[in-house]
Design a protein around this ligand. Structure first.
Ligand SMILES: [Zn+2]
Length: 135
């Protein structure tokens, strides 16, 4: 088993709950959570407050992946977007349940926890966030 598995699962759990944190000094929100705010630095020490994110946001920009990593081969082409969450942080994620020609910048999307990848040799299934258009 690779050494980084426990860390991987910690991060996945963090994403599963979609918890970020907020700087008590300038109100900037971070996802994944950070130890301190890069803007306020020492000012933010001990003031980083955990918050639950809504998982809603909008597409800032996107790209269509035509040649994916081997594990994602069966899914190509698929869109990957930079999404700005309602609370402010930007994240990169795959967009699902949307035809490629219906994708738009500014489209409202929400997160869904889904299977990302299945490791063929070990059968391990990895999960993470994907985003779909808000109905
Ligand atoms: Zn700050």
């Amino acid at each position: 088993m690779p050494k980084d598995v426990p860390r991987f699962w910690r991060e996945i759990q963090q994403r599963y709950n979609m918890k970020g944190n907020k700087c008590g000094s300038c109100d900037r929100v971070y996802f994944p959570p950070r130890e301190s705010c890069p803007y306020c630095r020492r000012e933010s020490m001990g003031k980083m407050e955990k918050i639950k994110l809504s998982g809603k946001g909008e597409i800032i920009t996107y790209t269509i992946i035509h040649v994916g990593p081997e594990e994602f081969e069966e899914q190509v082409p698929y869109p990957v977007a930079i999404i700005q969450l309602e609370e402010g942080p930007k994240i990169t994620a795959q967009i699902v349940d949307c035809k490629i020609d219906e994708l738009k910048i500014g489209m409202k999307v929400e997160s869904e926890f889904r299977k990302i990848q299945q490791d063929g040799s070990t059968g391990a299934i990895y999960y993470g966030y994907k985003f779909k258009p808000v109905e």
